[in-house]
Design a protein around this ligand. Structure first.
Ligand code: NDP
Length: 279
């Protein structure tokens, strides 16, 4: 009897990860025989745990906060999008024993914004709050949609400016601090700060959202995040959190590992129904 292929997500902390649930739903939907677990792996044990996992027959890993840059370093080869982001969220064991690194966060966000939520990014004025690893992963795919302008606002201004300079060859991207947002309006505001995780709202001006604009929080929680609530108060056409992005980036990883792309919509609907039932 053959044993199911093994996959896992490594992160620190990892307790509330939805990834095992998502991949179990994908496996059931596509008839794939696999096991996917969540492992708490601190940065100092990352490399040895990855080697142990693959030496022990594991086929693929997702890596989340704070391990994405370490995963980028560890990979023997990487996709172009991972190279650009300098961050890896998906590792796959190749037949020759080498480890391939990819970054599926950007395409995951884009699929959710464009295909699931029906937002048109071409010509839009986009504001990204935060300049951490997640912002690195989403800049290239967002700029490929040809927005009119893309502003990165961050608490540490220099980080936003450096990031904007690094991606400036791909489109009209600027970096600044929150105070410099006064008087500017945006059609889409993305919250890519870690503020939601501590129940905080980034300090953005009350009138930053243009009429008819939308808000998207990359973070997700059982309750609406402070930023998702802010969007609703400001009459955003769409004010969503990052559960759709999480499912979409997972689908892309599943495709890389298994060669099959699962349908994401029923999985997003299942997770949303479970979230409503848990209230
Ligand atoms: P990082 O730790 O790399 O970056 C955190 C960013 O948040 C930095 O820009 C930091 O600013 C800023 N920040 C932290 N706390 C505050 C605060 N209280 N007020 C304002 N700014 C703050 O995290 P990631 O980029 O990896 O993740 C960011 C968010 O995106 C997280 O909530 C994560 O869960 C979510 N995410 C969701 C995904 C999904 O699939 N839905 C995928 C990836 C990420 P500074 O530079 O000044 O410290």
């Amino acid at each position: 009897m053959t044993r199911p292929d093994r996959y896992a997500v490594f992160g620190h902390p990892i307790k509330h990860s939805q990834s095992p649930r998502i991949h179990a739903l994908f496996a059931a939907q596509t008839g794939q025989d696999l096991i996917y677990t969540a492992e708490d792996v601190p940065p100092e044990r990352f490399e040895s745990q990855v080697r142990e996992f693959f030496d022990g027959g594991g086929r693929g890993l997702n890596c989340t906060v704070p391990l994405k840059e370490l995963a980028w370093r560890l990979a023997d080869s990487r996709s172009e999008r991972a190279e650009r982001a300098r961050a890896v969220n998906t590792l796959a064991l190749r037949d020759d024993g080498s480890v391939f690194g990819d970054n599926t966060d950007g395409i995951g966000l884009l699929r959710d914004l464009r295909d699931n939520l029906g937002l048109n990014l071409a010509g839009a004025r986009i504001l990204i709050l935060g300049a951490g690893g997640a912002t690195r992963g989403i800049l290239a795919p967002l700029l490929a949609e040809r927005p009119a302008r893309l502003v990165i606002a961050n608490r540490t201004v220099a980080t936003a400016e450096t990031l904007a300079a690094e991606f400036g060859d791909l489109g009209p991207v600027e970096g600044c601090g929150f105070a410099a947002l006064a008087g500017h309006r945006f059609d889409l505001i993305l919250n890519a700060t870690a503020a939601s995780l501590s129940g905080e709202l980034p300090p953005l001006p009350a009138d930053a959202l243009a009429p008819g604009g939308s808000c998207y929080d990359l973070a997700y929680a059982s309750e609406p995040t402070p930023f998702a609530r802010w969007g609703r108060e400001k009459h955003a056409v769409v004010s969503a959190d990052g559960i759709g992005m999480l499912v979409e980036q997972a689908a892309e990883a599943f495709l890389l590992w298994r060669g099959v792309r699962p349908e994401t919509r029923p999985v997003i609907e299942t997770l949303e129904a479970e979230r409503r039932a848990a209230k």
